[in-house]
Design a binder for this molecule. Structure first.
Ligand code: 9D3
Length: 247
């Protein structure tokens, strides 16, 4: 997959190509990740990428021309069918379904803005989709772009090893994870749950599923609402809530 990021802070984004899963994908030739800096597409002495907002008010707005030129250069080298995706607080909230859709594409052009925003005419004319990470304020689109890159790259064929990609039990899908423990067996009086030391794999699987269901119900009821629990699942959840004195 071919990714291009249009950003005035290319060093920020370039960093993720050096580490972990994304770094390995680049090393193995499964991903190309390049940045284009709109500043390199300016014509004036000061390499100006921002200007004051029409109508007044605080902050600066990213100018149309340098962004348009950088996007054009990106499109010229990207495979056909690479959408332009702008990271923006006005976007739809990014989720795993969007990540899966992008992972099927030959490429993607990510546009990360700074300052108060981007001239709206650039978005109208050249942006296919706008994505947000959620309702909190970042200083720019770069960290959001890096989150999208990471989530998408993990889904590319051959990127994760067998261990990492081991497909979860289908009934764990759509739930939060169960708790995890490793040695030692006791820390400051807190013991690893006995069931995990029992060697009884069926009991362990059932306990983990119950934990996943119970934690999801308590922390993310929206996730559990989307599932149609059968009688067996409902009684596992009821038992969890009884044990934890919750209703
Ligand atoms: C304090 C500035 N805000 C005035 C109401 C508007 C604003 C402008 C630019 C808020 C954030 C930003 C920069 N943010 C992003 O580019 C961004 C973002 C985010 O802030 N939150 C969640 N997802 C994203 S994706 C891009």
């Amino acid at each position: 997959m071919h990714m291009q990021v249009v950003t005035i802070f290319p060093e920020m984004v370039g960093n993720i190509a050096e580490f972990g899963v994304v770094g390995r994908a680049v090393d193995r030739g499964l991903l190309s990740l390049d940045c284009l800096n709109p500043r390199d597409f300016t014509e004036d002495k000061h390499r100006t990428v921002d200007d004051r907002p029409y109508g007044g008010g605080p902050g600066m707005v990213m100018k149309y021309a340098p962004l348009e030129a950088a996007l054009s250069a990106a499109k010229a080298v990207q495979p056909a069918g690479s959408p332009v995706v702008c990271l923006s607080p006005q976007g739809v909230v990014f989720d795993q379904a969007i990540a899966k859709r992008y992972a099927e594409l030959p490429g993607i052009i990510l546009l990360a803005g700074r300052y108060e925003g981007i001239d709206e005419r650039l978005i109208e004319a050249h942006v296919d989709e706008e994505l947000s990470l959620g309702d909190f304020v970042l200083s720019g689109g770069e960290i959001a772009a890096m989150a999208v890159i990471d989530a998408v790259v993990r889904l590319l064929p051959g990127v994760l090893g067998d261990e990492e990609s081991a497909v979860q039990d289908s009934f764990m899908q759509g739930l939060l994870d169960h708790p995890h423990y490793t040695r030692p067996e006791e820390i400051d009086g807190r013991r690893v749950p006995d069931v995990l030391l029992s060697g009884d794999h069926a009991r362990i699987a059932k306990w983990r599923y119950q934990q996943a269901l119970g934690r999801s119900y308590l922390r993310r009821p929206d996730l559990v609402d989307k599932l149609e629990l059968d009688d067996k699942q409902q009684s596992l959840l009821d038992e969890f809530l009884a044990i934890h004195n919750k209703d």
